[in-house]
Write a new protein. Structure first.
Length: 661
């Protein structure tokens, strides 16, 4: 890699003797527009940088640098403490030239290896994800001739007087290249390995930047990010943990430093990159960063036909796995090798479908279904297309008052998941979707358990599989296992509002109310506009009889949800329990007048339970049973139903749902 870089420099005529002009052009002004003295030196730690002599000294000894590596260091040092965008650096170091970003990345990589860390153990050059680089070392400027002489540099002759004859320049350059290449590969062989952390190595894939001129291609960059997460999740098999998309996407266009992101997500490594699509060609750059010291571990660029994009993803995933020393087992290697070629139009439609699905709205699910169906028409045996279709139908069928009735959507989700698995049994997403239908609609707990376990076996880093599995476990009475699963989901997707909220709900079902409230406060602080977080925190306050606080949270839930029926029902129940039956009945009247009453029977029943009217509550629960309402699976574990447990009708309903284990 270093040899290719040096050869590129030679090809462009950038020899040591001929590269002074660009450096002098850089040195004319600083970042604040002030003129620079050519005799000025820049000191940081044990290093001294001389623009005029084009030398870097370490404790008085010269350090060999390629011309462009020197110029990169010079620009960074001159702008110490400031973020320089990659585009700015490329323009200053390679003016009036079209140069790939990977050349800059390679320079940064080389400089970090040479400079090492400062006295505090931090890298001199920080990566600011998705923006550029900052020179973090404390730079001291020396301007006097005496100081320059004390640094051991000869200033008695001009650069022209000090130039070698041409043949000596060429000889020196060849010897220098040979030396640098030899040292580089010797270091690769001999440098001590950084000990890896015990247990699973955690990595986050930051949103790939869309460098295409068309903003409409954002879906392609997002889709590639998600697919990269999926590909890496298949590689680890318990050794590599990959943060889920929801949390990773929080860092789109972030100004945060790599080490800060690493701390927030609990990861050792970050993968960042960019996507530039032009017609049927796609160029992808990717770089792996060690979060702790912000050093580059690996960087590469790929330029492929869109038809080969899946092969491209596998190449990137393998390279990253090698660099962080994850030993692939034969199974995931074979899995990567077996991915079939996919029609590029089908893949494009699939990415658009995932982009819409991830909006988590009824409109988004509807659009996603259309895109996935188009992908399947384009490629009839496209397993991922069917898996996406299953996900879209499953979540659409779980929305309150959705345009598509639950009894229509869930069977379609089941059929799509089964078709995906018929084509490719190794798709974790399809097993997870099938498990969700088995649990949430079929009430087939053993069948759901089997599918969840297979999904997690295939991709241990699929947070959604752990998240939904936790509900199946709580239904089966395996409370501790359920909490373990939801915490595993949180580790993989720590910034997901819905997973954090599910942690509140499951801890509530475990009857650990104080712990659930703490989780609720944390989630609300993270996302104060997420209505479910307010709602489940309120349920905990109701159980410890802090009714005023519960009502405050539920009023916020109603407001943030746009007056959703289930939120209003919870508020009415809180009024009833707080001794405000008139307020409860006022809300209840509006609920009973709703045209969606049959769909929301389970939630309206909660109000009658709070009012102590068991007959009406049980009648509504029977309606919910006929509708196969999703929340019924939690009938057994919900503390709000404690007052009805001794009623034979309630026990019979539990038995019919299969909750008699």
């Amino acid at each position: 890699m270093l040899y290719s870089f040096a050869a590129w420099e030679m090809h462009n005529g950038q020899t040591e003797g001929r590269s002074l002009e660009p450096a002098q052009r850089i040195l004319k002004v600083s970042s604040n527009g002030m003129a620079l003295d050519p005799n000025r030196l820049y000191e940081f730690g044990p290093f001294c940088l001389s623009p005029r002599e084009r030398r870097l000294l370490h404790n008085g000894q010269r350090v060999e640098l390629t011309p462009k590596a020197f110029e990169t260091l010079l620009v960074l040092a001159q702008n110490s403490g400031h973020v320089l965008k990659k585009e700015e650096l490329l323009q200053q170091i390679w003016p009036n030239s079209f140069v790939e970003e990977s050349n800059l990345t390679q320079n940064i990589f080389i400089l970090r290896k040479i400079l090492g860390n400062d006295n505090d153990g931090n890298s001199y050059i920080e990566t600011v994800p998705r923006h550029g680089y900052r020179f973090a070392g404390s730079v001291r400027e020396i301007e006097s001739k005496q100081s320059i002489e004390r640094a051991g540099l000869d200033v008695s002759r001009s650069p022209a007087q000090r130039a070698f004859p041409r043949y000596r320049v060429i000889t020196a350059l060849v010897l220098g290249i040979t030396l640098v290449v030899g040292v580089y590969f010797a270091q690769r062989r001999l440098r001590p390995r950084t000990p890896q952390p015990q247990g699973k190595i955690m990595l986050a894939v930051l949103p790939f930047n869309n460098l295409s001129e068309d903003p409409a291609q954002e879906y392609f960059a997002d889709g590639f990010t998600e697919e990269m997460i999926t590909q890496l999740g298949r590689l680890g098999q318990g050794q590599l943990g990959v943060i889920a998309r929801t949390s990773a996407m929080q860092y789109r266009n972030t100004q945060k430093r790599a080490d800060q992101i690493g701390r927030e997500l609990g990861v050792e490594y970050l993968l960042e990159g960019s996507v530039r699509r032009e017609g049927d060609r796609v160029r992808i750059t990717a770089q792996l960063i060690q979060a702790r010291d912000q050093t580059h571990v690996w960087a590469e660029e790929y330029d492929r036909d869109l038809q080969d994009v899946l092969m491209l993803q596998r190449d990137v995933a393998r390279s990253i796995a090698r660099e962080i020393e994850v030993k692939l087992t034969p199974q995931p290697q074979n899995r990567l090798a077996s991915d079939p070629a996919v029609d590029r139009k089908a893949y494009d439609l699939y990415l658009k479908g995932r982009y819409s699905w991830n909006k988590r709205t009824e409109e988004g699910f509807t659009k996603a279904i259309d895109y996935f169906q188009q992908a399947i028409v384009q490629e009839p045996n496209y397993a991922l297309g069917y898996a996406g279709l299953a996900d879209a139908y499953a979540l659409l069928g779980s929305l309150p008052n959705a345009e598509m009735p639950r009894k229509e959507a869930m069977p379609l989700a089941r059929a799509a998941a089964l078709k995906a698995l018929e084509i490719d049994e190794t798709l974790s997403e399809a097993h997870t979707s099938l498990a969700f239908v088995r649990m949430h609609y079929d009430w087939d707990w053993p069948g759901a358990e089997k599918e969840f376990e297979r999904a997690i076996q295939l991709n241990p880093d699929y947070a959604t599989a752990h998240q939904w599995h936790a509900y199946n476990l709580i239904v089966l009475g395996r409370t501790e296992d359920s909490l373990t699963e939801i915490h595993q989901a949180l580790e993989l997707d720590p910034l997901s509002s819905i997973i954090n909220t599910d942690a509140i709900e499951l801890t509530y079902y475990a009857r650990r109310y104080d712990e659930a409230i703490r989780q609720g406060r944390k989630t609300i602080e993270m996302d104060p506009r997420f209505p479910l977080a307010h709602a489940f925190t309120a349920l905990c306050y109701l159980q410890i009889k802090q009714y005023a606080q519960a009502i405050v949270e539920l009023q916020a839930a109603v407001l943030e949800s746009g007056d959703r029926i289930d939120m209003r029902a919870n508020l009415a129940a809180a009024y009833a329990l707080a001794g405000r039956p008139d307020d409860a009945r006022k809300v209840l009247k509006g609920l009973n007048d709703s045209p969606h009453r049959s769909d929301m029977a389970f939630h309206v029943a909660r109000v009658y339970v709070a009012l102590g009217e068991k007959d009406e509550a049980l009648s509504l629960l029977e309606t919910a049973y006929r509708e196969r309402s999703g929340p019924l699976i939690l009938l057994q574990v919900d503390p709000g139903n404690d007052s009805m447990r001794s009623d034979p009708r309630f026990q019979d309903l539990r038995y019919r749902i299969g909750l008699h284990q």
